[in-house]
Design a protein around this ligand. Structure first.
Ligand code: SF4
Length: 409
């Protein structure tokens, strides 16, 4: 896979080295077991895969290139380039301005842009409507377009489904930039509907079987269907695609469920005419990171630390998987670890930042799982690791532990 020129400060002396050790030992990425760093009073289990993915490195490289190539010009990012506060703040500190919040609200009116301004399209891509507005303003938005090729692959898939007259069902978070972009691009190929989870898939299934009235359908999917969507006819032939960072198991369950509904409606023999058997459109990084999380969860650890931006979809899913098995703290960086007795973290249930006391037990040794999302720099995970190790007395030296691991591998 292509390697990118990203600023050295996002790399790290510990995590990047561990990744390299694992890469040499397992180039085909067959082994999802974690790396074990035994410091004595604390043992840290590092996931086999996490951190900057292809799309994020590509976006970081292009954004820094845009800064280098355009001194003196105004440089805007359409919205957060990726969902990581450290990376976005870095760009802002270098003079980059945001045009929109992640929810689409304008921070700087697009109409005030001038044709010499530089606008960077984020890794999630953007809608055709915004692309057109930028081009009407004379902005060359393709010059620094960081849309991830794995997102574009989903758009291509929607084109294939639309060409065969399937309604495109998008499994994604309706307010996420990537899903909004996919919805917009898919609409040019055919009819589209966006659903966010299994609960909504079940309501859709009820509607398909005539068990839910039209009013409820309209209320539920308002703003999430293509224009003139006719659910009576256009849900009889469907294909599922998804936001690249959803939970693989949920997309599979939704696909299986909708297929079952269509079998019930049209019979087993007719299913080929009504349901497109597609593989999910998750990206490689989501798959690898989720597989690595399952590898981590085989360890009977005491707690998990998941590091990443609180609006990062892929990081949220990793935290959800961990939380099903053990106490999990979703933190944006090391500053959230206030002390051995208190940590601040994002609570998945309430979707709020909360403080938890007595989050670490006094058990010795403590077994801690450590991983991050696809948009988190390795350097942040390094700092979390150092902070944890620093909280225990009589820990072995980090360098010696890494060397021991190098020898063991
Ligand atoms: S998570 Fe996947 S789709 Fe998103 S930027 Fe990374 S590689 Fe691309």
């Amino acid at each position: 896979m292509k390697s990118f020129n990203i600023p050295e400060f996002y790399r790290s002396p510990i995590i990047s080295r561990i990744k390299m050790i694992r890469k040499i030992k397992d180039p085909k990425k067959q082994d999802f077991s974690p790396t074990v760093l035994d410091f004595g009073p604390v043992v840290i289990y590092i996931a086999r895969h996490f951190g900057f993915c292809f799309g994020v490195e590509n976006a970081v490289e292009i954004s820094f290139r845009a800064l280098e190539e355009n001194p003196g010009k105004r440089i805007f990012l359409l919205s957060q380039m990726i969902h990581n506060p450290e990376v976005n703040n870095d760009l802002v500190s270098r003079g980059v301005q945001f045009l929109m919040e992640p929810n689409g609200k304008e921070i700087y009116p697009l109409e005030k842009l001038e044709k010499d301004d530089i606008v960077i399209i984020p890794a999630f891509g953007t809608t055709l409507e915004i692309e057109n507005r930028l081009s009407e303003l004379g902005i060359k938005s393709q010059q620094y377009n960081t849309t991830c090729p794995f997102v574009e692959r989903v758009w291509n898939k929607s084109g294939q489904l639309g060409a065969k007259d399937y309604t495109i069902v998008v499994h994604g978070k309706p307010s996420h930039e990537e899903t909004k972009a996919t919805f917009s691009h898919a609409k040019q190929y055919g009819t589209v509907i966006v659903l966010k989870d299994m609960e909504e898939a079940k309501l859709l299934g009820e509607y398909m079987l005539g068990q839910l009235d039209r009013e409820k359908f309209d209320e539920l999917f308002k703003g999430r269907t293509s224009e003139n969507f006719n659910p009576e006819k256009q849900l009889d032939r469907i294909g599922v695609i998804n936001q690249t960072t959803m939970l693989a198991s949920e997309t599979q369950a939704i696909s299986d469920y909708l297929k079952k509904i269509l079998k019930e409606k049209f019979g087993e023999n007719e299913i080929k005419n009504h349901f497109a058997d597609t593989r999910d459109t998750l990206c490689y990084a989501t798959n690898e990171n989720q597989e690595a999380t399952f590898g981590l969860l085989k360890i009977p650890a005491d707690l998990a630390l998941v590091v990443g931006g609180y609006n990062s979809s892929n990081t949220t899913h990793i935290a959800e998987l961990c939380a099903q098995k053990l106490p999990t703290y979703f933190i944006k960086d090391e500053s959230e670890i206030i002390s051995a007795s208190t940590t601040r973290h994002f609570d998945l249930e309430t979707e709020k930042i909360v403080e938890t006391s007595n989050w670490m037990s006094t058990k010795k040794p403590m077994h801690i799982i450590l991983t991050s999302g696809a948009s988190c720099p390795d350097s942040v995970v390094d700092r979390v690791l150092y902070k944890i190790v620093g909280m225990f007395e009589n820990c072995l030296d980090v360098e010696n532990v890494i060397r021991a691991e190098e020898k063991r591998q």
